[in-house]
Design a protein around this ligand. Sequence first.
Ligand code: SF4
Length: 349
Amino acid sequence: MSEQTGIAYVHSTWNVYCGCTLAPGCEVRNRCWAAALAKVRGWNFEKPHLYWGKDVWRHPYRWDEVARRARMCRLVFASDLGDLFQDHIVVNRLRSRVWKVIRETPNVLYYLSNKVPENITRFLPTDWGEGYSNVWLAVTVTSSKTLHRMDILRDVPAALRAVSAEPLWHLLTNINLSGFGWLIIGGESGPQWSRSPMRLSWARELWAKARKSDCAYFFKQVSGLRDEYGIDALDRLSFGKTGGALQARRRPKTPFPLQPMPEKGIRFTDEEWMRYREAEEAVSKRVRNPDTDVEFADPRSADDRLIRHSSGEAARCVQEEYGVLPMDDECRTTASKSSPRAAKRSGAL
Ligand code: SF4
């Protein structure tokens, strides 16, 4: 639980457990920051770890009281350390208490994001009706393969449906925003060898689609080492340098005004922006393998990464990122798949 979170599009986060049983099948499992947090703390991430203490359950009531007096509301990302709709005995038992808290704190607006929309209907409270007015339901979509989650959520009644396209790994060409009121976009953060770069042109195209569908759009970050980095990138690309209000960071309208949020994230200086554009240009130099008709990044740069980061994980990430390892014979590919060090030993690199 965090009173002030680093996630720019909400005010706070609220968690009563940390852990996710969806991890084995989750496409971002290896890059999930909740899993990383659990690892640091020595918890088994695939088994929800409860946060004990009455304060965990009292916080929403305190936020509600403050919001009620101020006649404003607080936007809270609930359960960002583990999916609230995962089917696990511990979470199933806690869920009714979570719904009770949500029902009793109407001045707190809850943002519930998940990756298993097929479970939502069966785990909603019996008095859900057309949706609690203080709950926004969201699904995470990272590529076209997971777009079907939006179709499932579209059939669930909710005060507002949102889609969180972060980390954005591919352009969502066939995204259908009808029925959705908020689109959040973000590039993947982390070290260069492990993050999958998001092109700004993808973010720009999605911004145009959101605008066409009258859907609020929030550009969270470029893909970079740190999160919340380059928050004005889309402004620079789409609107020119605005030097003021960010036009690409909008939240949906709420029945009551949101508290003004402190601006979070790091803007680009002119110099950083130039460097970023050059780097993006370099990454986007993609070539097509004539045999397989698969497009992949400049083999030299991918090769360099393999050499620089000698671990099996790096090889796997590059393979995932480009769909193909940039090796030119069977022997090199096999050796590099096991580990770049082994590849070096075998003389492949
Ligand atoms: S579903 Fe969410 S919390 Fe669970 S492993 Fe995937 S990213 Fe992490």
